[in-house]
Design a protein around this ligand. Structure first.
Ligand code: NAP
Length: 517
């Protein structure tokens, strides 16, 4: 019997055996760097002569791998392979499709540290963050597999005399999966396995920043025995391959996670029907955030500062759930700010191959440039409390000191726009109600946290703090599959909940069948 879903445990790297095993995994992965990898379309390996070169952001001269770059011709081939495979795959029973996910989870578990090591080198995740990313990917496989089995069972309908009635969830068709680089395994796995387990086939266009991690996922799905054409792998420029696939008349749905700008573009392009298109494309788009932690006057300043620093600077602030605004009650403003600054100053930074470094590089040269520009804006909009500059290394890594900017107006640019880096704006509020008002005054609505000891204030936050994931008296990052179904409101996305019990419905359509005998 299938056991109940449980979250995958994290690895304790303070245990010497685990530490040794992770160092060995990094060494093993390093020995595989620099190789060339093909596209995979309909089970065939293709090369295009053009390459996406993935590099280590801590040492940009180090090539992680070269990945065949698809153009529109290859995207078209992938679409046709997926459309062909759909005719068979849609007939495979749900519980059988689920087993491919359970097998993939087992393979990921067996290669947990190696998968984490790819992310350490390709995108600068520290060991704990990379391990968490793999655990989440495993959770998605286990959770969505079980969810598909649940949805494959008879659904409750009102009895009606003289008829046999049933409702079944059938797949949609070919889906385009477009993930970001910041959870290069977890989010990619979540969106792809949800699509596949529901009986859809997929054209996967990974982020150009993290194709190597994506290739590991592809290899695992192949090893799990997924039939050719169910999953097609086409790295390529979002603006070329992405646009082509989103606009394609045979595309039935798009599962996207990334920035607001790209998400809105996809939504608009997908809405335009193409010649011969006979459905409305479904868009599942998870986008950015400008997440706030609000702190009441009665809170233990250490507890609040710990939550703020962990949420703001974990993975260099490059999480959609990261705290980028700390909104502090005026009575404890100075105290909490001082403690946040103190904690920030103690964070270790450097190449994250060394497990003692908490902060690694930011993702890319362009992110580095954009974050530093925001810091300059912030220096004018507020008071620099700590950080505020790059931390150069001989290898030219993209390191930026964790930065706290105090006395920021709630309407300043750095309090409104997603920076997606290690930059925290600190804002003063006169009252709890004003703190909530400031928290809600952006176009986003992804995560948020409220620290208070006052029951009335906590209840007020429950009602008024308009975010998809609200946390009370804890940090605003670290959602767990099944425990904290995840996804935001407003410009943070299409209001879905990854890792939740209604998520798979987005990848299916319900068919009601009635027979009179
Ligand atoms: P991004 O720049 O929007 O890219 C996301 C994906 O879209 C990449 O695969 C990218 O491909 C592709 N893309 C770019 N232009 C495209 C186009 N015209 N058509 C189709 N696809 C296109 O975002 P990112 O920098 O990777 O990720 C960071 C963003 O993701 C942040 O805003 C963050 O808040 C958000 N995020 C949200 C969630 C959530 O659950 N709400 C979770 C994680 C991240 P290329 O790499 O080839 O450009």
């Amino acid at each position: 019997m299938l056991t109940e879903f449980r979250n995958e445990p994290f690895t304790d790297f303070s245990q010497p055996d685990n530490e040794k095993a992770m160092a060995a995994a990094i060494a093993r992965v390093r020995s595989q760097l620099g190789k060339q990898h093909p596209l995979v379309v309909g089970g065939e390996r293709l090369e295009t002569g053009n390459w996406i070169v993935s590099t280590n952001p801590a040492a940009p001269g180090e090539v992680i791998g070269k990945f065949a770059r698809a153009g529109s011709a290859e995207a078209e081939m992938a679409m046709q392979a997926a459309a062909k495979a759909f005719q068979e795959w849609k007939r495979v029973p749900g519980h059988e499709r689920a087993r491919y996910l359970f097998k993939a989870a087992a393979l990921m578990r067996a290669r947990k540290l190696e998968l984490a090591a790819w992310m350490v080198l390709e995108i600068g995740k520290n060991w704990a963050e990379a391990d968490g990313d793999v655990a989440e990917a495993i959770d998605f496989c286990e959770f969505y597999g079980r969810e598909m089995i649940r949805l494959s069972q008879g659904q409750p309908l009102t009895p009606y005399a003289g008829e046999e009635n049933e409702l079944v969830y059938i797949p949609l068709g070919v889906g385009i999966v477009i993930p970001p680089w910041n959870f290069p395994l977890a989010i990619l796995t979540g969106m792809t396995t949800a699509s596949i387990v529901c009986g859809n086939t997929v054209v996967l266009k990974p982020s150009s920043e993290t194709p190597a991690t994506a290739f590991q996922f592809l290899s695992i799905m192949e090893e799990a025995g997924l039939p050719p054409g169910v999953l097609n792998f086409v790295p390529g420029a979002g603006s070329e391959v992405g646009d082509y696939l989103v606009g394609h008349r045979q595309t039935r749905f798009i599962a996207f996670t990334g920035s607001k700008e790209v998400g809105l573009r996809i939504n608009e392009l997908a809405a335009r029907p193409q010649k011969g298109q006979i459905w409305i494309k479904r868009v599942i788009a998870e986008m950015g955030g400008k997440d706030a932690i609000i702190v009441d006057r009665d809170v233990d300043p250490d507890l609040a500062a710990e939550g703020i620093a962990a949420s703001a600077f974990g993975f260099q602030g490059q999480k959609c759930s990261a705290c980028s605004r700390a909104i502090l009650h005026k009575d404890i403003y100075d105290q909490v700010l001082a403690k946040v600054v103190e904690r920030t100053g103690k964070l270790t930074m450097g190449p994250v191959e060394d497990r003692h470094n908490f902060l690694g590089p930011v993702s890319s040269k362009s992110a580095y440039g954009s974050i530093l520009q925001y810091i300059e804006v912030g220096k004018k909009e507020g008071r620099l409390a700590t950080g505020g500059e790059p931390a150069p290394t001989p290898e030219g890594g993209f390191f930026i000191k964790p930065t706290v900017i105090a006395d920021v107006s709630p309407t300043a640019r750095i309090a409104q726009e997603e920076i997606f880096g290690p930059v925290l704006s600190v804002i003063k509020a006169d009252s709890w109600s004003q703190a909530l008002e400031f928290a809600n005054n952006t176009e986003f609505g992804l995560t948020g946290a409220a620290y208070s000891r006052n029951r009335r204030h906590l209840e007020q936050a429950r009602q008024e703090f308009h975010v998809g994931n609200l946390y009370l008296n804890r940090k605003c990052t670290g959602a767990l599959v099944g425990v904290h179904p995840f996804g935001g409101f407003n410009m943070s996305g299409t209001d879905s909940k990854g890792g939740g019990r209604d998520y798979l419905l987005l990848f299916t359509q319900a068919k009601a069948i009635s027979e009179r005998y």
